[in-house]
Design a protein around this ligand. Structure first.
Ligand code: DP6
Length: 353
């Protein structure tokens, strides 16, 4: 027989950024981070994992990503994930001899993104989360999402947050072996279902310094970095969790923008300097500032928050009730081809606007 399991994992966009590793082999971060998982219907990876004794044993494991074979034999990160999932399955098989011996069979993994992989839109987060989840399901592993986050983290740090929906924290932990560096759900999507995200595709080209390399340069050379990791982010994590629990969008927006700017500040402070934002990114910042200015002038709170990862694309968070005043303004300015908006509640079946 062929054993098969399929799953999807959405992209997550951090509002408190992961930037810096304390252990590059185990992929352990220097600080905790917090993200919002986008809806399954927006940006996601779909993955099918299968295994069978009929797959020629000499063939080994394979991964087809958007139709092209990936050289996973040379990817220590993918090997770490596959090795740990296999060893959990083989313990199961040892404790119950009636189970089929799947752990010894080659795995065929087929993965597709519903957005351009090259767009720099956190594809590795959704990709490794879907890879780990599909194989864990194929192997019928009893481990929880938090336990699986330890494995996904070794594929790509941000991937550990895409195993859960809603508002997710990745706790940096302090153990040298990484056993306490895990993701947990701060709040489910239903806690604050009015949250919306707009992804502004400033550039679909992938020509910037990848995050894995960029954060190593920052840890080694930025003099501002230790303060960010040791002092600023721990405090900000607490305030962000509080803002989410209280559904306080004004505080959520301020903390999100401050953390994005703090992260890009330590990038610029690195040597050689790392600059991810471009003129279009900065124009998006000015639009958000103008929207917020209007609102605060009228005595109300912030309506929109921008955040940028390791590239020029902006993600703008806002609340459903402000769709016209936020998404509407961006659409009018940029035209629909640059604005991918997802309107609806997270975790529900929503359609692109
Ligand atoms: C700026 O998770 O891609 O998006 O662990 O080396 O794979 P690796 O890094 P990755 O870094 C993401 C960095 C970020 C911030 C974030 O998502 O928290």
């Amino acid at each position: 027989p062929v054993y098969r399991s399929s799953t999807t994992a959405p992209v997550n966009i951090a509002v408190i950024k992961y930037w810096g590793k304390r252990d590059a082999t185990l992929n352990l971060p220097t600080n905790s981070s917090l993200s919002v998982t986008l809806s399954q219907a927006s940006l996601r990876t779909h993955t099918t994992a299968s295994c069978s004794a009929h797959y020629a044993a000499h063939e080994g494991d394979s991964l087809l990503l958007n139709g092209s074979a990936e050289p996973i034999q040379h990817s220590p990160r993918t090997q770490a994930c596959l090795g740990q999932l296999r060893s959990l399955r083989s313990s199961l098989e040892a404790s119950d001899p009636s189970l089929p011996k799947l752990s010894g069979l080659p795995l065929h993994i087929v993965s597709t993104n519903n957005f351009p992989t090259a767009a720099g839109l956190a594809s590795s987060a959704a990709g490794f989360a879907a890879l780990v989840r599909s194989i864990a399901d194929l192997y019928a592993l009893p481990q929880s999402a938090t336990e699986l986050s330890r494995i996904a983290r070794q594929g790509s740090g941000s991937a550990c947050r895409s195993l859960m929906g809603g508002y997710v924290a990745w706790r940096a932990g302090s153990a040298a072996d990484g056993s306490d560096s895990l993701a947990d759900e701060v709040a489910p999507p239903a806690h604050w279902p009015q949250m919306r995200a707009l992804v502004l595709v400033v550039s679909a080209a992938k020509k910037h310094l990848p995050s894995t390399a960029g954060m190593q340069v920052t840890v080694k050379t930025s003099s501002l970095f230790p303060t960010r990791a040791d002092v600023v982010v721990p405090r900000r994590m607490q305030n962000m969790e509080q803002a989410i629990r209280a559904r306080d969008f004004d505080a959520f927006a301020r903390l999100t923008m401050q953390d994005s700017n703090g992260f890009h500040a330590v990038c610029l402070d690195s040597w050689p300097p790392i600059a991810y934002l471009n003129d279009v990114s900065r124009a998006a910042v000015r639009v958000v500032e103008a929207i917020n200015q209007q609102s605060t002038d009228a005595g109300a709170g912030l309506l929109a928050a921008y955040t940028f990862d390791a590239g020029p694309n902006a993600v703008v968070y806002y609340l459903e009730r402000d769709t016209e005043r936020v998404a509407g303004v961006f659409r009018a300015l940029l035209g629909n081809e640059r604005v991918e908006g997802w309107e609806g509640s997270y975790g529900q079946d929503i359609k692109p606007a």
